[in-house]
Design a protein around this ligand. Structure first.
Ligand SMILES: Cc1cc2nc3c(=O)[nH]c(=O)nc-3n(C[C@H](O)[C@H](O)[C@H](O)COP(=O)(O)OP(=O)(O)OC[C@H]3O[C@@H](n4cnc5c(N)ncnc54)[C@H](O)[C@@H]3O)c2cc1C
Length: 520
C-alpha cells in the first residue's frame, strides 16, 4: 500500500481478502485478477521515485556476469553492458544479488523471458553454496503448451481456483472425443464429469496447494483423461459460478483473466471451460543465506527468489511478495548495517585491483570461447533439448532411474553446447543470442544441480516428488528421519565433477513438525 498498490477493498473501506491454494481461510490481499502486475507497477513507481531523488542509480540492460572476491570478501561485480557488449567493473563494500529464480532452466515457464540464473550460478562457482535446488514449484493453472514453436507459458492466476472447478471426463471415451476435437467441454453432462480435486481432497477441494493440484492433473492425464489435442490439459470451469453468482459478479472478479485467456486461445470461458495444465513457475531453492541474508561468501547477500529462504519445499500463493517485502524492508536494511559496522575503515574499493583484472579476464575468455564455437545449432534448439530432459525426468515426478538418465543426458547437452552452439552477429555491440548462450551455459549447470539434489533427496517433500516415496493412494511421503536438512551444494571447481553436498540440519524448537492432510 505504501507503494501505491490499489488492493481491493470491502464496501466499508477495509482491505478485502480472498483464499488461495493450501489455505482454508481468506487471508490474501488482492487487486482484481492482476495482483502481481499491480505489485510490479507499484514497485516500479517507487523505484523511479528514488531514482528521481538521486538515491538509486539504475543500470538497465546491464547484466552481472561475475562477482569479485578480494581477501575472502565480495567487493564488486563484473557486468556486461548488453547494448555495447562491453564489460564494466563495479566496486562495493558489499553486494546484494536480487536476480530472481532459475525456473527458465526448463525453457518453458511462466517467468519472463529475460529471467536467468547467471549471477547466482556464477556466485556458486565462486564458492557460494546453492541450497535445495530440487525444490521447484510447478503451477497447476497455466495455459497448456500448444506446440514446439512456443517460447513462454502464460499463468492463469491461482485466484481462479476460488470459484472455478477443475475436472476431466469420467469416461475415457469422452476424453478421446475431446482430444480428437469431436466434442467440447460443455457437451459433457454434469454426471459424466470427474471433479477429481474435490473427489480426492474433500477438505480443500480445488484449493489444494499448487504441487498437489499439479500432480493430480498429471495423474489424470497420464491415465488418459486429458482434454486437449495433446491430451495434456484439464478443464477449469466457471459454469457453476456463473449460475451461483451471476455472470456480472464473476466477471467483476476475473473478467480480465477471461479476456486474456480468450485472446490467447480464442475460446470464450463463458461459453466453454478453460483448459489448463501445470507449468514451471517458481523456484524455492537458491543461494544459501543465513538469517542476515548473507551467503557463504562474506559480503555477498542474496534477496528474494534468488535465495533459498522462507518457503521451505513449497511456496504458497502470494508469499513471494511477503518474502520480497521482508527481505527488502525488514531484514537487509538492518543486517547490512551489522556487516558494514566493522568495514568503516575500508577505503573505496579500487576496481583496478588485480582481482578485478582476473575476474574480467575470465568473463571475457568465456564470451570469446562461446562466440568462437561457431557450430551449427541455435541456442534455443539446445535449450529446448534441455527442457525435454528437465521436464521428462526432473519435472513433476522424479525417480532414481530417470534422474540418473537425466544426469547422463545433461553431460551430453553440455558437450553439444560446447561443440555446436552458433552465435550469429557480432561479438561486440548488442547481441541477444550471445547473452542467451551465456544464460544457457548456466542453465545447464543449474539443471545438473537440480538433478543431483533430486537424486540425493529420496523422499517426497513439497514441490519435489520422488515416485519411490509415496503413500498407497499416491500422495507425497516425507522422510523426516533421514532428510530433515537443507541440502547445500558446493561447487567442485569444474563443471564435469559432481558437486559436494553439505547438510545443514533443521532444528525446530517451538513447533512440532507435522504432515499436512488435505483430505480432511
Ligand atoms: C506470472 C507470475 C505471476 C506471479 N504472481 C505473484 C503474485 O501474485 N504474488 C506473489 O507473491 N508472487 C507472484 N509471483 C512470484 C513473484 O513475482 C516472484 O517470486 C518475484 O517477482 C521475485 O522477485 P525478485 O525481485 O526476487 O526477482 P525478479 O522479480 O525475478 O527480479 C529479478 C531481476 O533481476 C534481473 N536479473 C537477472 N539476472 C541478472 C543479472 N545477471 N544481472 C542483472 N540483473 C539480473 C532480472 O532481469 C529481473 O529484473 C508471480 C510470478 C510470475 C512469473
Amino acid at each position: 500500500m505504501a507503494q501505491g498498490v490499489p488492493f481491493a477493498r470491502e464496501y466499508g473501506g477495509m482491505l478485502a481478502n480472498r483464499s488461495f491454494g493450501g489455505v482454508q481461510v481468506c487471508r490474501t490481499f488482492y487487486a482484481k485478477g492482476q495482483t502481481g502486475q499491480q505489485l510490479l507497477l507499484g514497485a516500479y513507481s517507487s523505484l523511479m521515485k528514488e531514482v528521481h531523488n538521486g538515491t538509486v542509480e539504475l543500470h538497465t540492460r546491464t547484466e552481472i556476469e561475475d562477482i569479485v572476491i578480494i581477501d575472502g570478501r565480495c567487493r564488486g561485480v563484473i557486468a556486461k553492458n548488453l547494448v555495447t557488449g562491453k564489460l564494466e567493473r563495479y566496486g562495493a563494500h558489499a553486494v546484494c544479488l536480487a536476480t530472481g529464480g532459475y525456473g527458465n532452466t526448463y525453457f518453458l515457464s511462466t517467468n519472463a523471458m529475460g529471467c536467468n540464473c547467471t549471477a547466482a550460478v556464477q556466485a556458486y562457482r565462486k564458492g557460494a553454496y546453492f541450497a535445495n535446488p530440487c525444490f521447484v514449484q510447478i503451477h497447476p493453472t497455466c495455459i497448456p503448451v500448444h506446440g514446439d514453436k512456443q517460447s513462454k507459458l502464460t499463468l492463469m492466476s491461482e485466484s481462479l481456483r476460488n470459484d472455478g472447478r477443475i475436472w476431466v471426463p469420467k469416461n475415457l471415451e469422452d476424453a478421446k472425443k475431446l482430444q480428437r476435437g469431436e466434442i467440447q467441454g460443455r457437451d459433457i453432462p454434469e454426471e459424466d464429469r470427474d471433479y477429481y480435486l474435490e473427489r480426492r481432497y474433500p477438505a480443500f477441494g480445488n484449493l489444494v496447494p499448487r504441487d498437489v493440484a499439479s500432480r493430480a492433473a498429471k495423474e489424470r492425464t497420464d491415465a488418459g483423461y486429458g482434454v486437449n489435442n495433446t491430451g495434456l490439459a484439464v478443464f477449469l470451469d466457471f459454469s457453476e459460478a456463473f449460475q451461483r453468482l451471476g455472470r456480472k459478479r464473476v466477471d467483476e472478479r476475473y473478467g480480465n483473466l477471461f479476456d486474456m485467456y480468450q485472446e490467447i486461445t480464442d475460446v470464450d470461458p463463458h461459453e466453454n471451460p478453460m483448459m489448463i495444465f501445470p507449468a514451471i513457475h517458481y523456484t524455492m531453492g537458491g543461494l544459501w543465506v543465513d538469517y542476515e541474508l548473507q551467503t557463504s561468501i562474506k559480503g555477498l547477500f542474496a534477496l528474494g527468489e534468488c535465495n533459498f529462504s522462507d518457503h521451505g519445499a513449497n511456496r504458497l500463493g502470494a508469499s513471494a511478495l511477503m518474502q520480497g517485502l521482508s527481505d527488502g524492508y525488514f531484514v537487509i536494511p538492518y543486517t547490512m548495517q551489522n556487516y558494514l559496522s566493522d568495514q568503516i575503515q575500508v577505503p573505496h574499493i579500487d576496481t583496478n585491483a588485480p582481482e578485478f583484472d582476473e575476474a574480467e579476464k575470465g568473463v571475457q575468455a568465456e564470451i570469446d570461447r562461446i562466440y568462437n564455437i561457431k557450430g551449427d545449432e541455435s541456442v534455443d534448439s539446445i535449450h529446448k533439448k534441455l527442457y525435454h530432459i528437465m521436464w521428462d525426468y526432473v519435472g513433476m515426478a522424479r525417480n532414481e532411474a530417470g534422474l540418473k538418465k537425466a544426469l547422463a543426458m545433461l553431460k551430453d547437452i553440455r558437450k553439444e553446447f560446447n561443440e555446436h552452439v552458433r552465435i550469429p552477429g557480432d561479438k561486440e555491440g548488442l547481441n541477444t543470442e550471445l547473452d542467451k548462450a551465456i544464460h544457457l551455459r548456466d542453465f545447464i549447470t543449474m539443471g545438473e544441480l537440480i538433478a543431483y539434489d533430486a537424486l540425493e533427496r529420496n523422499e517426497s517433500c513439497g514441490g519435489h516428488f520422488r515416485e519411490e516415496s509415496q503413500t498407497e493412494d499416491g500422495e507425497a511421503k516425507r522422510d523426516d528421519e533421514h532428510y530433515m536438512y537443507v541440502a547445500c551444494w558446493q561447487y567442485p571447481g569444474q563443471e564435469e565433477v559432481p558437486p559436494t553436498l553439505l547438510k545443514e540440519p533443521l532444528n525446530y524448537q517451538y513447533i512440532k513438525v507435522q504432515v499436512r492432510n488435505y483430505k480432511k
